[in-house]
Design a protein around this ligand. Sequence first.
Ligand SMILES: C[S@@+](CC[C@H](N)C(=O)[O-])C[C@H]1O[C@@H](n2cnc3c(N)ncnc32)[C@H](O)[C@@H]1O
Length: 274
Amino acid sequence: MTGSESVPPASASVDTSRPHPARVYDWWLGGKDNYPVDEELARRILAADATAVRGARANRRFMHRAVRALAEAGIRQFLDIGTGIPTEPNLHQVAQAVAPEARVVYADNDPIVLRHAEALLHGSAEGSTDYVHADVRDPDLILRLAGESLDFGRPVALSLVALTHYLGDAADGDDVHGLLKRYTDVLAPGSFLVLSQVTPDLNPEAVGKAAELFGRSGTPFHPRSLTEFARFFDGLELLGPGVIPVTGWRPDPEDVAAQAEGIVPVYAGVARKP
Ligand SMILES: C[S@@+](CC[C@H](N)C(=O)[O-])C[C@H]1O[C@@H](n2cnc3c(N)ncnc32)[C@H](O)[C@@H]1O
């Protein structure tokens, strides 16, 4: 784990009385690191949106494809914010399978992810993996601690995969677009931004119901339209095929099969900083 300030306060213990996004997602992925409250919300959302499990799996596979593509393109530094509970293969395993010397820093604000940080830190001998316990809304802290392992003078792949829908707009006090710019502003030319996020465009009724269920459970949820999502990449050069439903981003055969099961309401995109 990197940096003393990444150690959470005692109050950051795991709260099993209400559902948490990382654990709900873990249930959809078939993981075991969730509690009855998480399973209950995951099942209720699944009842409202039958694509929730397929969407979570498709989203995870997008992360694998994007990271592999960037590692194959020569990227050797990765900053992954909103990492989630470890689910193999994790990002560092994908990156270091291509380039064992790749350096990876993970960040998440959920104490349960912190508990599993050890599992995230077993990287290749040549590369490095580190974990920062912090909120994405604190870019100064995350960038400073990540800077202990990453050289921001050289290209970095910054990923916030399935994270931005937990962040509000300026009117909600979050200003997620301004926040992302704080991160991309410090990246060197040749860096990349990797994003995915739930959208109401593709299944409005089900996604609206899911957002309502998340909100009522204490986790505000912000699905975004194609235009709002594409704005995250302003000033960057989108890689082909652009901003697209997640299963369509450079699909592997497994994703082609998943596409046949129907669309999932998640957009994805990868862009390069010129
Ligand atoms: C749906 S999971 C996505 C996990 C992983 N990125 C993936 O796509 O497989 C969202 C993650 O974002 C984290 N998260 C939510 N709000 C956050 C915040 N404000 N700061 C940091 N992490 C946050 C949650 O704890 C959870 O681990």
